[in-house]
Design a binder for this molecule. Structure first.
Ligand SMILES: *Cc1c(COP(=O)(O)O)cnc(C)c1O
Length: 480
């Protein structure tokens, strides 16, 4: 399998050549040159693999279709090492639970940092360590986080050979729990940097360092943001695992269609669902749930994709979905446009920078998009998420986090009789305790391993919003 850029101005590459990369050199995103196709017999075989051998082996089977520059035995070992019950809290790794009338929640948030990002990042940690050891390289990951990404990256890379993580975050802006999760790590290869500023300042620092090509290459700077292809690929697996569980529980067969609703921000999670559907997994609808930052909802309803300014990006109580643009969205647009890379290029490299939006409302391919790709969308507000957290607690005695609540709210608007609907649970309530207290008047339950983490010593460097200070710090750490 080779990988091409959505803007097609980059030569095709192999999996390990793009493993440590973010954007393609032409500014586009990598996608496989085609999607492997699974027929009914192959779906049935994968279902047996999942049921008999478990999630790790399903992951191996699916990854093998996309990776041909890692020997199969090594790839299998990496999958088995990654997807373990001790790490993800259960043998099923991503178990589903039933709410009502064919509505399910799929738990993706029982990994080390209690958000779905662990599902991919844990694999990435092991793949990176493997690839760096094979090539004798080192990597310094520089990132910016407002919460979930940073901790997932740090827990995935802690103690890994050949890797250091420098994670910037806006000083005092994350929840107390999120700060404690990151800052309590004492591993020698993990560096927390609290920037005196907002999240955008952190992102600007990362961009400035990455565009200093001399510095970037001298210090082997890399990133782990959500546009990384391997992260997206890892996420494809749980759509299969969720699907197989739903049909088994309902004694249905592999022809039954199942829908998914995904609390969305950068479009990474749901884009993995799109890939699964393109491979032939019988997904009916893929419902994008947004919060007040409704860039994606607007697109799927109108055909207009309009990125927001910082001033028009709202700070909400589902903060991991507070985005001004959706960084993975170009992948879907490329597929929707029948992989017309010239048009994709003109939309993202010309129209967005010059006018801030593009309009596909008159393009027949947009009009066919729902029919062909199954995408639908809806929006949820603070009031909706509080009401949904309450309702789910009252009716089913289950606590859900604010992001998952956005998903449940929107899923209910699209549920169809006869088609099971799965909402992806993207975080556990404990990460967003103050909103839970607002909704329910009680503190969310806390997994035992996180008891008292707020009181642990903190390892963090405070810095002004100044790229040179951050660069100097990286140089210092790389001296030994
Ligand atoms: C990252 C995140 C999201 C958004 O996922 P995308 O892949 O960016 O669409 C939603 N909820 C939570 C809790 C997250 O951490």
């Amino acid at each position: 399998m080779r990988y091409i850029s959505t803007r097609s101005k980059t030569e095709s590459r192999q999996f390990c050549e793009i493993l440590l990369e973010g954007l393609a050199p032409d500014g586009g995103l990598y996608l496989p040159e085609h999607y492997p196709q699974l027929n009914l017999a192959e779906l049935n075989r994968l279902k047996d693999v999942f049921e008999q051998d478990g999630y790790a082996h399903l992951a191996f089977e699916l990854l093998s279709l996309f990776v041909d520059d890692i020997p199969a035995s090594d790839l299998k070992e990496i999958c088995v090492k990654t997807y373990r019950a001790e790490v993800f809290g259960s043998e099923l790794i991503a178990p589903i639970r039933h709410l009502e009338n064919g509505l399910y929640i799929q738990a993706l948030s029982n990994g080390p940092t209690l958000a779905f990002k662990d599902m991919a990042m844990q694999l990435l940690g092991n793949l990176f360590e493997y690839q760096l050891a094979r090539t004798g390289r080192r990597l310094n990951i520089l990132g910016a986080t407002s919460g979930d990404t940073g901790s997932a990256a740090e827990y995935a890379m802690r103690g890994k050979k050949g890797v250091r993580v420098f994670m910037t975050s806006p000083e005092g802006r994350m929840s107390a729990f999120q700060q404690a999760q990151m800052f309590s790590l004492t591993d020698e290869n993990i560096f927390n940097i609290a920037i005196h500023g907002v999240f955008d300042d952190c992102q600007d620092i990362v961009k400035a360092v990455s565009s200093d090509l001399a510095f970037k290459s001298k210090y082997s700077i890399g990133t782990v943001n959500s546009i990384n292809w391997a992260r997206l690929l890892a996420q494809v697996v749980y759509y299969f695992a969720g699907y197989f569980q739903v049909i088994a529980q309902n004694k249905m067969n592999c022809e039954q269609r199942v829908s998914f609703t995904v609390p969305s921000g950068n479009f990474g999670n749901i884009c993995a669902g799109h890939v699964a559907k393109m491979m032939g997994l019988p997904i009916d609808q893929l419902v994008v749930a947004t919060n007040e930052n409704d860039v994606l909802d607007e697109f799927f309803k109108t055909g207009v994709y309009k990125v927001r300014t910082s001033a028009n990006t709202h700070e909400t109580t589902s903060p991991s979905m507070d985005i001004s643009k959706a960084s993975n969205f170009e992948r879907f647009v490329f597929d929707m446009l029948h992989r017309d890379s010239e048009l994709t290029y003109s939309l993202f490299a010309n129209q967005i920078p010059s006018q801030g939006y593009f309009d596909l409302s008159k393009n027949p391919l947009f009009k066919d998009a729902h029919q062909k790709f199954g995408f639908l969308s809806g929006k949820s507000t603070h009031k909706d998420r509080i009401a949904t957290i309450k309702e789910v607690y009252k009716n089913y005695q289950q606590m859900i986090d604010p992001h998952t609540a956005d998903g449940v709210k929107v899923a209910k608007e699209f549920a169809l009789a006869g088609t099971p609907m799965v909402v992806l649970e993207t975080a556990l309530p404990i990460k967003f305790a103050s909103t839970i207290v607002e909704a329910l008047g009680v503190e969310p339950t806390r997994p035992a391993k996180f008891e008292g983490i707020e009181d642990l010593p903190k390892k963090v460097k405070n810095m002004p919003s100044d790229v040179n200070v951050v660069k100097h710090f990286i140089e210092e750490q790389c001296k030994d």
